[in-house]
Write a protein that binds this ligand. Structure first.
Ligand code: URP
Ligand code: ZN
Ligand code: ZN
Length: 470
């Protein structure tokens, strides 16, 4: 049965205008002047925007971290994503120390298979650089995993030395994959953590104070230089600091293949949220929320406007604040020692809304740029375009009808993420998802979830499409 979305304003990264969108099966098959297309079923988008489904290239469903696991499963997390107009996630499979890289991939495939409401792909966290895992980076590419995350942070957990990072980067240069970097100097940060705890500074606010922005800048500089020396593309994840942005700007100005994302938490929240005693644990993530007075937030918005920053993802990695009946203690594991608070925030549901608010409603960026940073560029950087990230004939019918006249109040009482608090509790924002289609199936409509678990399909991704012409 065909579907036509009529009367809306279709917004792509490159153009926008009033048009009808015709869908047959899983694909968009026609785009025509308003009022010219017909089908068995019609969705009225008059006064609304018709945009490509959001693509969140940084999520951690079920991630084991700090003695517990992220509280959203692939089932609950992808359903929450759908509610917020995200129709694709790229999550992180993990290779732990002593494990083969591809075992990590198989494990995460099993976790996701049959459970997702929307389409999904994987990056791989390289947790153990060995001759074997370097070889397996080629096998991962054959399975459509074309990007590998490494950590300069978290010594003893995910951390890799510069030598290990450089070896993986050399492999990435050879096989055309992209290295994604968590750029914080974890060794120096561990010194500052130890010193703070010795002084009795145990509250969550100290998490933000020891993980200094200069150490994100330093690590970003080092990651960029290592990538340039190895000759591989680099994507810096969850950027929070102006010092790091300066490094990316300098690298891109000299023509290096360096890309970066930021996340809504760094654009809306600040070090102040980490205060208020242990309540601040709700806001513990790494890199940490930054001091607003230092100007990081303004610089990040500016970076999005000038394309020095290309993507907004969520780094969705939720943990409950209060003890949970089955997950047990999560954020509270860090009572009395901020370094034991599991790192991460809930966010997958509200990225499209928050960026609409900050970018469009508050006048920092235009509508097309909103779509570009939330859907089109992630699709291109991570090898999903043009099936995903655009409203075009031949693309997957991942379509969101977005109502710019609606408003909403964000709250844990109404969100769909499996966590007992919201970082944006009580915040009023303009704009709301009206209808969501995933490959031609209506999965959100009329304030109800109409999708089903297992609809989401694994996506074999291509390489970074900004570089594939070379
Ligand atoms: O605090 C964070 N970001 N938690 C998730 C793991 C990571 O570093 O991305
Ligand atoms: Zn990270
Ligand atoms: Zn992350």
């Amino acid at each position: 049965m065909g579907i036509v979305i009529t009367g809306g304003t279709v917004i792509n990264a490159s153009e926008m205008g009033k048009a009808d969108v015709l869908i047959e099966g899983e694909k968009i098959v026609g785009i025509g002047a308003a009022g010219t297309l017909q089908a068995e079923r019609s969705l009225d988008a008059t006064g609304k925007y018709v945009i490509p489904g959001g693509i969140d290239v940084h999520t951690h469903m079920e991630l084991p971290f700090g003695g517990t696991s992220a509280s959203d499963s692939f089932e609950t997390g992808t359903r929450a994503a759908a509610w917020g107009g995200t129709t694709t996630i790229v999550d992180f499979a993990v290779q732990t120390k002593g494990q083969n890289l591809m075992d990590g991939f198989e494990t995460w495939m099993k976790k996701a298979q049959g459970n997702c409401a929307i389409d999904y792909g994987f990056h791989l966290i390289v947790g153990d650089v060995t001759e074997q895992s370097l070889k397996e980076m080629d096998l991962a590419m054959d399975e459509g995993v074309t990007s590998f995350k490494m950590f300069m942070a978290y010594p003893g957990v995910f951390y890799s030395t510069d030598g290990e990072i450089f070896r993986a980067m050399q492999k990435a240069a050879e096989n055309g994959s992209t290295i994604m970097m968590h750029a914080e100097n974890g060794i120096a940060i561990d010194v500052l953590i130890e010193q703070a705890l010795k002084r009795g500074e145990t509250d969550p606010i100290y998490h933000g104070m020891v993980r200094r922005s200069i150490l994100e800048g330093e690590a970003s500089h080092r990651a960029i230089k290592l990538a340039e020396a190895a000759g591989c593309p680099l994507y810096i994840v969850h950027m929070s600091a102006k010092e790091a942005l300066d490094e990316v700007i300098a690298a891109r100005d000299r023509g290096a293949d360096v890309f970066a994302e930021t996340c809504p938490q760094y654009l809306f929240l600040s070090l102040d949220d980490l205060g208020n005693g242990f309540e601040g644990a709700k806001f513990v993530c790494s890199p940490p929320l930054r001091d607003r007075a230092e100007g990081h937030q303004d610089r990040l918005w500016q970076g999005l406007a000038t394309n020095d920053l290309q993507v907004v993802s969520t780094d969705h990695c939720p943990f409950c604040f209060e003890d949970h009946p089955t997950l047990g203690r999560q954020k509270r594991l860090g009572e009395g020692d901020f370094s034991k608070i599991p790192n991460g925030l809930p966010g997958v549901e509200h990225r499209m809304d928050l960026i609409y608010q900050g970018a469009v409603a508050e006048g920092r960026l235009g509508l097309r740029r909103w779509v570009e940073v939330c859907a089109t560029t992630p699709a291109k950087l991570f090898g999903l375009f043009p099936n995903k990230g655009t409203i075009a004939v031949g693309a997957d019918a991942d379509v969101v009808v977005y109502d710019p006249t609606a408003s909403q109040t964000l709250s844990a009482q109404t969100h769909h993420m499996n966590t007992d608090y919201s970082c944006y509790e009580g915040r009023q924002i303009q704009g709301k998802v009206d209808t969501v289609l995933s490959r031609g199936t209506v999965i959100i409509q009329g304030g109800a979830y109409t999708g089903k678990k297992g609809h989401g399909r694994y996506l074999r991704r291509d390489r970074n499409q900004y570089l594939s012409g070379r």
